[in-house]
Design a protein around this ligand. Structure first.
Ligand code: ZN
Length: 276
């Protein structure tokens, strides 16, 4: 078990966590609350000068941790798969402009298409964009998603599957984003985190909590401490495997987005220090 976090030096918050705020407000308020890193969702950049937005983040003392998200490689048609590759190339350009060293991949799935076919298409898609990622100096993190999303959002649902696809691709640019929400239930989690760490492939660590009952499959995540995930234990495994990057608070919640975001951000910092 890891020790409680004593300060916010590794606290990163995703823009989607405070979705009602435009990114300019998020930059100012995150910095005021002592947040040190920011992961940017692509929709937050709509209509912005991306390079200037990245500079504004750095000027406020925030590290640009990653860009969310690329992926969604599987498709039923060749044209669909090519469109996904093209979109991932745009994401790499955006990450480079923003100054983000990492893109998180929600890898995708097609309802009714066998999962192993989707996984093969994911591998092909990642391999297709790797040269551009290398040229841009941007790394790619496969994020395994909870199996409840295996129909349409990701055919990669466990750390083992993420490690396997990283082994198959075998590039120093391709690693894994460990998200406690998606992975906490897996009896192989500790062993597969160790395997990932031995390969030097833990690229990101996302935290939030699992509420009971969960009322919405996508947008009812909890603040740390509101649910049943052993966050501190999993953080201990990730740190024990050599990860020393940011702890990223990623919460999609209709309930929390409906409230005052300034008060919510205060609760995030408190929960980070006490429940993470
Ligand atoms: Zn995540």
């Amino acid at each position: 078990m890891s020790q409680p976090l004593s300060n916010t030096s590794k606290l990163c918050v995703h823009t989607i966590t405070t979705k009602p705020w435009p990114i300019e407000t998020a930059i100012d308020r995150f910095a005021a609350h002592g947040v040190k890193g920011m992961t940017v969702w692509r929709d937050a950049l709509n209509g912005r000068d991306i390079a200037a937005t990245g500079q504004r983040m750095r000027d406020a003392g925030l590290s640009v941790v990653s860009l969310c998200r690329g992926g969604f490689f599987p498709a039923a048609t060749v044209a669909g798969r090519q469109a996904a590759i093209d979109d991932n190339r745009r994401a790499i350009d955006e990450a480079a402009a923003l100054g983000a060293p990492l893109i998180v991949l929600v890898c995708g799935a097609v309802p009714g298409q066998p999962l192993d076919v989707s996984r093969a298409q994911i591998r092909e898609g990642i391999e297709a964009v790797l040269p551009q990622a290398a040229a841009a100096g941007v790394r790619l993190a496969v994020e395994p998603l909870h199996p409840m999303y295996a129909d349409s959002r990701s055919a990669i649902n466990t750390m083992q599957q993420a490690n396997d696809i990283c082994d198959a691709i075998n590039s120093p640019l391709v690693g894994v984003a460990v998200d406690v929400y998606h992975l906490w239930w897996d009896p192989q989690l500790q062993a597969e985190i160790e395997r990932c760490g031995e390969a030097g492939r833990i690229f990101a660590f996302h935290i939030c909590d699992w509420r009971t009952p969960t009322e919405d499959l996508l947008n009812d995540r909890g603040l740390m401490g509101e649910g049943c995930i052993p966050i501190r234990q999993i953080r201990g495994w990730v740190e024990g495997a050599g990860f020393d990057g940011f702890n990223e608070v990623e919460i999609f919640s209709n309930r929390l987005w409906a409230g005052d975001q300034e008060a919510f951000l205060g609760r995030i910092v408190e929960a980070y220090l006490q429940k993470s």
